[in-house]
Each structure stands twice: as C-alpha cells, then as structure tokens.
Design a protein around this ligand. Structure first.
Ligand SMILES: [Zn+2]
Length: 176
C-alpha cells in the first residue's frame, strides 16, 4: 500500500477560535475559512486529521460523551478524516487521571493515526498554535507549522524552531 501524506491539525486556535475550554457544541466557533482549507488539503491529496488535548474531561468540566458529540460535529462540518482526542490529565477525576501517552507534547495520538492510516511521516505536517504542538510534531518526525491564529505566540514557540510560521490556516494553505 502506498503511504499517504497527512496534515495533523490542532483544534483550538487552528480550526476554531481559542476560548480556553469549550465544553458544549454551541461554544465551538469554527473559523469561517476552515472548511475550504480542509477541502483544499483533500484536493492536494492530504488526509486532514485533528489531534486535540481536551483535559476538560479529566478536570470534570465536560463528559466524554459531550466531547465525542463535539468531535462528530466538527468532523461533519469540516469533512475531516479523523479526530483524535486526549481526555486525560495527571491530576484529574476517575479513570481520566492519568499520565498518559496521548496528551501532546506526547505523540500517542500521532503514532496511532500514522499506523492506522499508513501515513508517510516525512511528507506530513503538524499544525498548531502552541509549544506542545511543535514539540509533539518534531518528536514524531513531522514538519511543524506554528500558527498565530490562536494562543498568543510568546517566544518559546519560536525557540522550538518550527519549520514554518503563518498567520492562520489559510496562509499555510497558500504555501503547502
Ligand atoms: Zn491522554
């Protein structure tokens, strides 16, 4: 089987407005250009896979079922190929209180997707707005892209030396 290229996308600050914790569908504010960007990624033959830390579940702010509903909505709205999420946090409630392997900057979500979809690492990207996204992408061997459309870029993100820096997903699409 020929390996496919993928663009891994953080959620908040990349596909939708960074708002701290989004705990209900109504609060999810998808960027107006996001759908077209995913369409263009597909035209260029990339899989579009969202990888998101959602510790609000471990923090008891939202149920995992609600998160799954939000993910399904996001997937349908944007026609994403998959959404991977980490509901954990080391200091959390019940089964979610875990020092897991999936919370970015750990690479568990990327590793799982790479295996499931047969992804060619060298031609794939990790796109995010935080240091944890950049480090995670680098550890997995992906090209990393830092966007300024979410969490404030303070300098640490730049020290990590992302492969590219753009204003938002739209600008990334012009350069891929
Ligand atoms: Zn996790």
């Amino acid at each position: 089987m020929e390996k496919k290229a993928a663009v891994f996308l953080d959620r908040d600050g990349v596909l939708c407005v960074e708002k701290g914790y989004v705990t209900q569908i109504q609060d999810l504010e998808i960027f107006p250009y996001a759908k077209q960007c995913i369409q263009e990624l597909h035209k260029k033959d990339y899989l579009a896979i969202c990888v998101t830390n959602q510790s609000a579940v471990a923090r008891g702010m939202m149920s995992e079922d609600t998160l799954i509903a939000i993910n399904e909505y996001l997937m349908q709205e944007l026609n994403l190929d998959a959404v991977y999420y980490c509901p954990h946090y080391p200091v959390g409630i019940g089964k979610y209180a875990r020092d897991c392997n999936c919370r970015k900057p750990k690479t568990g979500m990327l590793d799982a997707a790479i295996e499931t979809y047969g992804i060619d690492i060298a031609s794939s990207y990790m796109v995010g707005d935080r240091l944890s996204d950049i480090i995670c992408g680098q550890k997995a061997g992906l090209k990393t892209v830092l966007l300024k459309s979410g969490y404030e870029v303070k300098g640490l993100e730049l020290q990590a030396e992302p492969y590219d820096i753009y204003r938002n997903l739209k600008e990334f699409l012009l350069n891929i």
